[in-house]
Design a protein around this ligand. Structure first.
Ligand SMILES: Cc1cc2nc3c(=O)[nH]c(=O)nc-3n(C[C@H](O)[C@H](O)[C@H](O)COP(=O)(O)OP(=O)(O)OC[C@H]3O[C@@H](n4cnc5c(N)ncnc54)[C@H](O)[C@@H]3O)c2cc1C
Length: 442
């Protein structure tokens, strides 16, 4: 729909300059890696999950290690490019844009087991698969992502999502993103009350519910139906985004566009027949009518991880994220276990962009350990979210553990401005970078 050939003048020159800079960086990185000496080893390495983090680290370790026996487990035959779900759920991309084959991204020479880990025993250094196969390891990398706890929303089940009921559940996958668009499309025509919001647990891409709300409002305006639609955004916290400066900017945009926002409203139950949603608030439950609702449920570690003893005991107890050091991503109690991606119990970083910065850290510390050295690389909490504010406009927000903004293109892309170039980063460049990361080249 949005083609870079439609770019004009400065926008076009800037975009290609940035793309060239990114490409050059990726190439330079690839060349450097090719020259790095391969570490000889016969270590057995098991990777749980072949999503963004699992596929990428499998490719990196295959490059860096000579003789390692690498096994990767993942029961899902499809690889999902999840940052594309927001674009599918707003009718800007087809479902196919987000789907490829899991096996397509994996390097030759590793063992790909199309099963889930059913049991993880970090004391015995052993995984048992859902098919009953036992796999022993010397090093374990947990990259299982997270699970969506739909059952936690009373009265709701995924089969209720779709245009018939006015429900979008786009986090559930490509098909649900399509149904979510059908529901949104109908709402944008017919009007009424649109409900948006996020769960109270940690979540992947905390900007995604904000993006969906802002995009929907923009589309209603373009269609000429804004006058008969109301938009309500329900935040779980006393802010709209965890990073204060971003919270203030999002609030300003919502004020300007007459989007209602409510703090400390956590979706608890849905009555699909009555078209009502009940929210937990500090002042008791509140029940509201809706015509369209975007449901994003609480998010937790997969059960096998929660049962493994790898989770934090005193933090995120209801969520089960694994207890890794926030800078080395090495497990706090099992030195041969690392975490990559959404599963990590660290204060920030549940985005694919964060995975890109998890990979070199885990690679460095694991390869160093095999070589009998100390790793030196540190993860600073880098998290990024191209916050789409309108069709054709986004803010490229990037930040670290300390809530510092970390713009990748200082002086060129202002993080808190709604820019066409930032939109292109999300709409065009992000997938190419993601794919390069999967291949171990970014
Ligand atoms: C709607 C939406 C929008 C998003 N937008 C953005 C964005 O704009 N920018 C951004 O950077 N990020 C975005 N993200 C977040 C990003 O997709 C995730 O942070 C990223 O995919 C995390 O990578 P991962 O490897 O940890 O998990 P995943 O990529 O989810 O992969 C986990 C894999 O583990 C497998 N698995 C699960 N359990 C087991 C088990 N027991 N054994 C073996 N395998 C298992 C799964 O099948 C899956 O393939 C978005 C996510 C969503 C849902």
């Amino acid at each position: 729909m949005y083609d870079i050939s439609t770019l004009k003048g400065t926008d076009r020159r800037t975009f290609f300059k940035l793309a060239a800079a990114g490409g050059a960086a990726a190439l330079a990185m690839g060349a450097g890696q090719a020259q790095a000496q391969r570490q000889r080893t016969n270590a057995r390495i098991v990777i749980l999950g072949a999503g963004a983090g699992g596929a990428a680290i499998a490719n990196r370790l295959t490059e860096r290690l000579d003789g390692a026996r690498i096994t990767i487990l993942d029961p899902r035959a499809e690889h999902w490019y999840q940052p594309g779900f927001t674009l599918v759920a707003t009718g800007l991309k087809p479902a196919g844009y987000t789907v490829s084959g899991t096996g397509d991204w994996l390097p030759r020479g590793i063992d790909y087991v199309a099963e889930a880990a059913a049991e993880i025993d970090p004391e015995a250094n052993r995984i048992t698969t859902t098919g009953g196969r036992r796999i022993d390891y010397d090093f374990l990398i947990v990259a299982t992502g997270l699970v969506l706890d739909w059952d936690a929303i009373e009265g709701f089940s995924l089969d209720m999502a779709g245009p018939e009921n006015g429900i979008s559940a786009h986090y559930a996958g490509p098909e649900h993103s399509v149904k979510g668009w059908q529901a949104l499309d109908r709402f944008l025509d017919q009007g009424g009350v649109g409900m948006f919001g996020r769960p109270a647990t940690e979540m992947k891409c905390a900007g995604a519910p904000v993006k969906l709300c802002l995009l929907a409002e923009d589309m209603a305006t373009t269609r000429g139906t804004r006058g008969k639609t109301q938009f309500i955004y329900n935040a779980q916290a006393p802010n709209l985004f965890g990073v204060p400066v971003i919270h203030h900017r999002v609030r300003q945009i919502m004020d300007e566009r007459d989007i209602t926002y409510r703090y400390r409203h956590v979706l608890k139950a849905i009555d699909v027949g009555a078209k009502t949603a009940t929210y937990e608030t500090p002042d008791g439950d509140v029940t509201d009518r809706w015509d369209f609702i975007n449901v994003i449920p609480p998010q937790r570690a997969p059960q096998a991880v929660r049962d493994s003893g790898l989770s934090w005991a005193e933090r995120w107890v209801d969520q089960g994220w694994i207890e890794v050091d926030m800078h080395t991503l090495r497990h706090a109690r099992y030195a041969n276990v690392f975490g990559i991606g959404d599963i990590n119990g660290v204060p920030k970083g549940k985005t694919a962009a964060s995975v890109k910065w998890h990979i070199p850290v885990v690679e460095d510390h694991l390869v160093a350990q095999i070589a009998g050295r100390e790793g030196t690389t540190s993860y600073n909490g880098y998290t990024s979210c191209p916050l789409i504010t309108r069709v054709g406009r986004a803010m490229l927000v990037e930040f670290d553990y300390e809530d510092n903004l970390l713009p990748s293109f200082p002086g060129i892309i202002a993080p808190l401005e709604e820019l066409w170039i930032s939109w292109l980063m999300k709409e065009v460049a992000l997938k190419a970078t993601y794919n390069a990361m999967l291949r171990g080249r970014a």
